[in-house]
Design a protein around this ligand. Structure first.
Ligand code: AKG
Ligand code: FE2
Length: 306
């Protein structure tokens, strides 16, 4: 079966049952970053094994479990759009605004190697990058495969394809990503396809990962959450998505981490959350993201933001 539908995250979104294509290319430590960058640029995605320390994964999972205990959430979404709710998954638990809820996420969002790779991928577009969204995606038992889509469709599905993406992400596995639990599905090379080209099942591969492994991918590569065929195991991952510093992020991160909380965060995290203006003056451009005609971080550190 190969049905197509229109989803908000893309001018193209396909539900394809089969995923018999080659698994995403994987890299082991010691990491050859130029090769990883090249793989993400050309194939659209790469798995980096053991990128995030297990101690950080464990700390995040512990704190998240505690948060979920105190803030019970139900699976499924109620966005007001039936097709978007389907896209987000009826048996999938999604938590946005994670940096305002789980402190250990700060070390994931600012993970030096993830951020450095994102900066390199987005450098052709932007001096600074922003966190677009840090989203917990927990695919529950018996969930269907997510529609195959491009994350860049979030902004404007019909934007022409570009050599370089303006959005890229790291999906960090927090529990095993297996073909049974819903490993992310990726279509290698599809970042270079015409926007309306539909993948066949034998072009769809999977990112099979252990906790701490990360799938680094361009926002314009076709991908989607896999089906969870188990009856009792959830697949937990955090999608850390970054965008060009002049682009409006998917999440409103400055509401997720308001000035009262921001005062305790590092400059690096605050820059990613939007507390730093994007400066293109060296390129003959201007500044965006200012506060009161100046640098919001300076205003925050000077106690002017409350
Ligand atoms: O959960 C996954 O593996 C991917 C989810 C995804 O691509 C999305 O929600 O945009
Ligand atoms: Fe996605």
């Amino acid at each position: 079966m190969n049905t197509t539908a229109t989803g908000k995250r893309g001018n193209f979104a396909a539900a394809v049952d089969a995923d018999t294509g080659p698994d995403a290319t994987a890299f082991e430590a010691p990491y050859d970053w130029p090769a990883i960058d090249e793989c993400v640029r050309t194939q659209g995605a790469a798995v980096v094994r053991g990128l995030v320390d297990r101690s950080l994964v464990d700390a995040f999972n512990r704190e998240l479990d505690e948060w979920l205990e105190n803030n019970p959430r139900t699976v499924g979404s109620d966005t007001g759009s039936g097709i978007y709710d389907l896209f987000l998954g009826r048996r999938t638990l999604r938590v946005h605004g994670v940096p305002g809820k789980v402190r250990a996420s700060h070390d994931l969002i600012t993970h030096p190697e993830i951020v450095a790779c994102m900066r390199r991928l987005l450098a052709p577009w932007s001096n600074e990058i922003l966190l677009s969204v840090a989203e917990l995606i927990q695919i529950g038992p018996r969930e269907a495969a997510q529609m195959i889509h491009r994350d860049t469709g979030s902004w404007w599905p019909h934007l022409p394809r570009q050599e370089h993406p303006w959005n890229a992400s790291a999906m960090v596995a927090l529990t095993p990503f297996t073909p049974e639990t819903g490993a992310t599905r990726v279509v290698p090379g599809s970042c270079h396809w015409p926007l309306d080209q539909s993948p066949r099942g034998d072009q769809i591969g999977r990112a099979v990962m252990e906790p701490g492994d990360a799938l680094l991918f361009r926002g314009d590569v076709l991908h989607g959450g896999g089906a969870n065929r188990t009856t009792d195991r959830s697949r937990r991952g955090i999608a850390l998505s970054y965008c060009a510093g002049w682009l409006r992020p998917v999440d409103n991160n400055m509401l997720a981490v308001p000035p009262s909380m921001a005062a305790e965060c590092s400059d690096e995290l605050l820059g990613l959350l939007g507390y730093v203006a994007h400066d293109a003056t060296r390129q003959g451009g201007g500044l965006v993201g200012m506060y009161d005609n100046g640098d919001p971080l300076k205003a925050l550190r000077g106690g002017l933001l409350g």
